[in-house]
Design a protein around this ligand. Structure first.
Ligand code: SAM
Ligand code: SF4
Length: 321
């Protein structure tokens, strides 16, 4: 990406409360080869590939948003690597002068794309891994291949990508692995981010499985010492180092909402721009005349809630996580 083009032409993506939008989650598809029990409905119906945004459409929409102040394009889904045009779209996005191009993936198919991602300037990878036990991982994901995901994580880290591992923590499912993840982080020097599960989609009512970040921290402190690490003001996570050399982040969207510092917009694979993960409101940017962008963006920004909404009925794979 050209450094000369990094400065936005204007920062018009400011909402009514003064929050400035700097990050765009770009969903490539709602499809995924996994069936994580908390994310996928029992019989998911995925959008036909022919209906999804093309590489040229992604480039046009994302360019317009970067020109107005978006600094980071984070590609996600569903599982972005199952999109047949994955490389074509990533190449188109890499040509946009954003400050950062990053990717969230389940890691299963990632290894084969790492050289390509490095070549186009994608630097930051978030890879989801909810268990360090292969059998449990397979049960949580509905068939995920632990060895392939771990190989992707290890290779990406060795290649110099900034890798973070996302683990969503559920009572009675994987909460006995908090300490294992802390030790794994210390040994691998890879940051693990523990996610509180959020009331999203069909699984939203299973509140008995919810574990707040404070409880995760208290349980970790039984075996290690945590010290705070500084993070950017609009970070979704707060981070601790461990005395053994681990780095542990916490995304406490439910118990400590960070709506006041939210800087994120989301673009669905069908071209709808929404201003909040928890709100289904949004407007399509597909086929919008460039002259009409200011009006559409102003209306989307006006939809951004100021406080935390309780739940959303769409599933995370549809929204773009
Ligand atoms: N398929 C990719 C993956 O799993 O990394 C990208 C999309 S996935 C929807 C992105 C992240 O959302 C994953 O780390 C997943 O654990 C998280 N997620 C899904 N449903 C969630 C929920 N209800 N609450 C919190 N995080 C959730
Ligand atoms: Fe797929 Fe990611 Fe959802 Fe799991 S969390 S089902 S990997 S989209």
């Amino acid at each position: 990406m050209s450094a000369a083009l990094l400065a936005p032409q204007s920062t018009s993506l400011t909402d009514l409360s003064g929050r400035v939008m700097r990050k765009l989650r770009v969903s490539l598809t709602d499809a995924c080869q996994y069936r994580c029990f908390y994310c996928m409905p029992e019989n998911p119906v995925f959008t036909a590939n022919s209906k999804l945004l093309s590489a040229a459409e992604y480039q046009a929409i994302c360019s317009a948003l970067v020109e107005r102040g978006i600094e980071e394009l984070r590609v996600t889904g569903g599982e972005p690597t199952v999109r047949p045009e994955f490389r074509e779209i990533l190449t188109a996005l890499a040509a946009i002068p954003a400050k950062r191009l990053s990717l969230t993936s389940n890691g299963q198919l990632l290894q084969r794309h790492l050289e390509f991602l490095s070549d186009i300037g994608c630097t930051h990878l978030n890879i989801s891994l909810d268990s360090l036990d292969a059998g449990r991982f397979e049960r949580i994901t509905g068939g995920g291949d632990f060895r392939k995901v771990m190989a992707s994580i290890e290779k990406a880290s060795a290649m110099g990508f900034e890798v973070k591992v996302n683990a969503i923590v559920f009572r009675g499912v994987n909460d006995d692995e908090l300490g294992d993840f802390a030790r794994w982080s210390a040994a691998s020097r890879i940051e693990v981010r523990f996610l509180e599960y959020m009331k999203i989609g069909d699984y939203a009512g299973n509140w008995k499985r919810f574990i707040p970040a404070d409880e995760m921290i208290a349980r970790l402190e039984e075996t290690t010492t945590l010290y705070p690490v500084a993070v950017p003001a609009d970070s979704t996570s707060f981070v601790f180092g461990t005395t053994e050399g681990g780095r542990l982040g916490f995304i406490a969207s439910e118990s400590k909402p960070f709506c006041g510092s939210c800087s994120r917009l989301r673009l669905s694979a069908m071209g709808t721009l929404r201003s909040c993960l928890m709100s289904e409101q949004g407007l399509s940017l597909r086929h919008v005349d460039p002259a009409d962008y200011p009006d559409v963006l102003e209306r989307v920004l006006a939809m951004k809630p100021t406080g935390r909404l309780d739940h959303v009925s769409q599933s995370m794979h549809e929204i773009g996580g």
